[in-house]
Design a protein around this ligand. Structure first.
Ligand SMILES: Cc1cc2nc3c(=O)[nH]c(=O)nc-3n(C[C@H](O)[C@H](O)[C@H](O)COP(=O)(O)OP(=O)(O)OC[C@H]3O[C@@H](n4cnc5c(N)ncnc54)[C@H](O)[C@@H]3O)c2cc1C
Length: 398
């Protein structure tokens, strides 16, 4: 058993992965430094779900009740054409059963706030905001970092939890990180719509050729809107370009459902929206000497996998446990990757398979999808299909 109180650890990025990592390390006696590039707490507006792996980590950290209180149990799942005609309606229990009863939907910002509060209350730790690594150099004994603010630091271990476009990954892996971000051929725009409830607090999907709009309640009176479409281009972030594009895709190809209309015609705080390509991070290995990748920096599966948050939290738990169990840092990072990698590889493959069905490329493919949807969402087929996207818990206390 390693004495983690002597280990000097820098965690870069205070999203779900970095915050969980800091909490797991602190629970084992380490006092990591956690830095976050964003100068203030972000309220980037999209909803996430916490599945079994995240649920089990949250329970061990003592934040599960807070997460459940901040989020929503699942309501009905409804699929429609873009004009609002219902294709299929299923009870929320369908998803709940496939998730083995461990599933909660909430805003990403709410989860981050809960983890931050826990870190402060339980360990008197807080992310150092407005800080990021500018340069990184390592030898056998440690890693030296220079920060954007000119300060320097020396560490036994640096954990890159700075998301799919991880700068720490680029600095540590150099040419091996080229091509780490794999665009899947779709773009996404997602935001929260305060004051809007959807019927039954469930999921409402609207599908057309090469596009899909999804709405889901993340708490009472707060609905997440997610618009996704086929394209190889990066989406414009400027609302002056983005709004006409979304309106063209979702409003100007025939009658549009009222939910789509209210999302695209109502006021939106674009500064809080998430607009990006749908992409995965694919790295042949997750550690370079004393730098190790965590969460989306290592294995982003895209929102199509539905497991990014839970696998980021599971990775943090496993990495902290292996650091405490094994003496050599290299052994611990290798053990962490060996346990997590098979599952996230499977999830990434599943997400790549899901994409073309999620966004049918032609009228024929859409028609087929429409016809198949009632079968695919029938209880036995759904249970079988969702097995690939809902991995069993990797969290053990040993
Ligand atoms: C639209 C959308 C919907 C999603 N839906 C789901 C879902 O339903 N279920 C699910 O499980 N997952 C979902 N995901 C994925 C989920 O959000 C991610 O997998 C999860 O947030 C990964 O956490 P992370 O901490 O690794 O990365 P991030 O959440 O990206 O956090 C990275 C953090 O690092 C910071 N950072 C970035 N660069 C630097 C730097 N250079 N220095 C310091 N800090 C830096 C960022 O500001 C951020 O705070 C969704 C994602 C999107 C985009």
């Amino acid at each position: 058993m390693t004495d983690l109180s002597r280990l000097k650890v820098l965690v870069s990025g205070a999203g779900p992965a970095g915050l969980t990592m800091a909490a797991c390390l602190a629970a084992r006696g380490c006092r990591p430094v956690l830095i976050e590039r964003a100068p203030a707490a972000r309220t980037t507006g999209y909803g996430i779900d916490v599945h079994e792996n995240g649920w089990d980590v949250a329970a061990r950290l003592g934040v599960l009740d807070a997460i459940r209180a901040a989020g929503m149990e699942l309501g009905p799942l409804c699929y429609h054409d873009l004009d609002g005609r219902l294709i299929v309606r299923r009870d929320g229990a369908l998803l709940e059963r496939s998730a083995r009863g461990k599933l909660v939907v909430l805003g990403r910002d709410r989860l981050v706030a809960i983890l931050e509060e826990h870190l402060a209350a339980a360990h008197d730790l807080a992310p150092e905001r407005g800080r990021s690594i500018a340069a990184l150099d390592q030898d056998e004994k440690g890693v030296t970092t220079r920060f954007e603010d000119g300060q320097t630091g020396r560490w036994d271990l640096v954990i890159a939890a700075d998301g799919i476009r991880s700068r720490t990954r680029d600095l540590a892996f150099g040419s091996k990180a080229v091509g780490a971000v794999l665009p899947l051929g779709y773009s996404v725009a997602a935001w929260h719509m305060p004051g809007l409830d959807i019927p039954g607090n469930g999921f409402a999907g609207f599908m057309g050729i090469g596009r899909q709009a999804l709405f889901y309640a993340t708490e009472a009176g707060r609905t997440a809107a997610l618009f996704c479409w086929r394209t190889d281009d990066r989406p414009p972030r400027d609302p002056a370009l983005l709004v006409p594009l979304l309106r063209h895709l979702f409003l100007e190809n025939g009658p549009a459902a009222p939910l789509i209309r209210s999302a695209l015609e109502g006021p939106v705080d674009w500064s809080r929206a998430h607009v990006d390509q749908v992409a995965q991070s694919v790295m042949p290995g997750w550690s370079a000497g004393r730098v190790v990748l965590l969460g989306d920096a290592a294995h982003c599966g895209s929102f199509l996998s539905g497991q990014g948050t839970s696998m980021a939290m599971a990775g943090a738990w496993i990495l902290a446990r292996e650091l405490a169990r094994l003496n050599a840092i290299h052994d611990a990072t290798a053990a962490y990757e060996a346990q997590l990698r098979p599952v996230v590889d499977r999830l990434q493959r599943a997400a790549r398979r899901v994409g073309p069905h999620y966004l049918p490329a032609s009228r024929r493919a859409l028609l087929l999808r429409r016809l198949l949807l009632p079968v695919l969402t029938s209880a036995p087929v759904f249970a079988l299909e969702s097995r690939g996207l809902m991995p069993r818990s990797l969290i053990t206390d040993a």
